[in-house]
Design a protein around this ligand. Structure first.
Ligand code: RM4
Ligand code: MN
Ligand code: MN
Length: 404
């Protein structure tokens, strides 16, 4: 972009001429809220190595500071999802206050039911009733934590499953899981929803208890209206049509939210939109197609080699741009083509929007909100990383995530 103002003027004029309500698109874009994950700011790695980042946050307060920096730059990241016990503190009200002072609110609370040695064979579906009790109590405690923090969602990803055929009874595991979740759902305050995430495999290699959207949806239907499915972009088999899952769950009023990341092979947790931007656009086409409110949109990333805050900023920017493109789909042309059975015209209606360079539009929306026109460049120029590196020290602290 050479001259952002001129680029914007050209684009706005072209879009208006094509019949778009540019002000309405800008309003929708300005209202986008992305939750960033506290666990995405600490060090994380693969099973081979965890590399320490300069300026890595030492605790959840500093993770919130980093999240605030992402929000300052993008204007669209005003909520932070937390993970417990990774983000455990003695004084929850101090944590809530810290978030509010930074202009943030607490997003979904996630419970970690996968690292404790007791959970080796599962948590809510564990064969031993005592372990199930412990896991259920931990989740109930997280419901109370959420209440104290003003969070309105309990987000649940289970590592439960088996590695070998015959290791456990598949039907019995499902019954135990449903029974444990019924107890939690019954204790859920009105203002909280239960988001049920699924994942094809890993850490269980033979059978995962909640392996796909169907398994998650069936459990949600057993629990009640406030139980909804959460889609994580890294949790499907290769080739799965995720946008169709979005359409289906939206239609059933069971799409609770998204965990955005990107992948090439498995649950790679890469920067959003880095590998498959067209899929991301198609997902936003489905999310915004009904005209209803967007579900909870969260980033779930665990970078190992890229700079954390910068990677998060780029993810938010990529989400803004995908959403902007989806808002530019000529819905009337699309519907007309579909009615006429004009296959390529329908496809072109999508491609037209996808190929629009929306960067100047997004830059304008960010600048209007007091954020940065070019957030990555602004972040690099701000000296933020250098400043927090000096404050926090190069090696001090413990990661709130995989790096522990
Ligand atoms: C899982 C899943 C969960 C996240 C953990 C850390 O793969 O995506 O959402 O909480 O990782
Ligand atoms: Mn996830
Ligand atoms: Mn994941």
């Amino acid at each position: 972009m050479t001259d952002p103002t001129r680029d914007y003027d050209h684009l706005a004029e072209r879009l208006s001429d094509a019949g778009h309500d540019v002000a309405a698109v800008e309003r929708a874009l300005g209202a986008l809220v992305i939750e960033t994950p506290s666990w995405g700011y600490g060090d994380s790695g693969t099973r081979f190595a965890t590399f320490q980042q300069p300026g890595r946050p030492r605790d959840v307060f500093e993770r919130l500071d980093d999240a605030a920096e992402v929000h300052r730059l993008t204007g669209a990241a005003g909520a932070v999802a937390l993970h417990f016990p990774w983000d455990q503190v003695d004084d929850l009200s101090a944590l809530r206050r810290h978030a509010e002072e930074l202009g943030l609110r607490i997003g979904a609370t996630n419970v970690n039911l996968f690292q404790d040695p007791d959970y080796k064979l599962g948590s809510l579906a564990h064969p031993d009733a005592a372990v199930r009790r412990r896991a259920t109590d931990q989740l109930l405690e997280c419901v109370e934590i959420a209440t104290a923090l003003g969070s309105t969602a309990q987000s649940l990803w289970l590592a439960d499953g088996t590695n070998y055929p015959g290791q456990d009874d598949l039907t019995a595991r499902r019954r135990r899981l449903v029974a444990s979740l019924r107890e939690v759902y019954a204790a859920l305050p009105e203002e909280q929803e239960l988001l049920v995430e699924y994942k094809l495999f890993e850490p269980a290699f033979y059978a995962t208890d909640l392996a796909d959207w169907g398994a998650a949806l069936l459990v949600c239907q057993k629990l009640g209206d406030r139980a909804r499915v959460l889609v994580d972009l890294g949790h499907h088999a290769q080739g799965t049509n995720v946008e169709q899952i979005v359409a289906l769950l939206t239609e059933e009023c069971r799409l609770g939210g998204f965990h955005f990341n990107n992948r090439k092979y498995a649950d790679d947790d890469l920067i959003v939109g880095s590998v498959n931007p067209f899929e991301l656009f198609l997902i936003f086409c489905e999310l915004s197609g009904t005209g209803g409110p967007l579900p909870r949109l969260t980033i779930d990333q665990a970078h190992n080699v890229e700079a954390k805050v910068e990677a998060m900023v780029l993810s938010v920017v990529n989400l803004q741009e995908s959403y902007a493109k989806a808002l530019l789909v000529d819905r009337a042309a699309l519907a007309g083509a579909q009615e006429r059975g004009d296959v390529l015209a329908g496809h072109e209606a999508l491609l037209d929007a996808y190929r629009t360079d929306v960067r100047a539009l997004c830059a304008k929306v960010r600048a209007d909100r007091g954020a940065a026109a070019d957030p990555v460049a602004a972040h690099r120029a701000s000296g933020y990383v250098e400043r927090v590196s000096a404050e926090r020290g190069a090696t001090a602290g413990v990661a709130g995530g995989w790096g522990r």
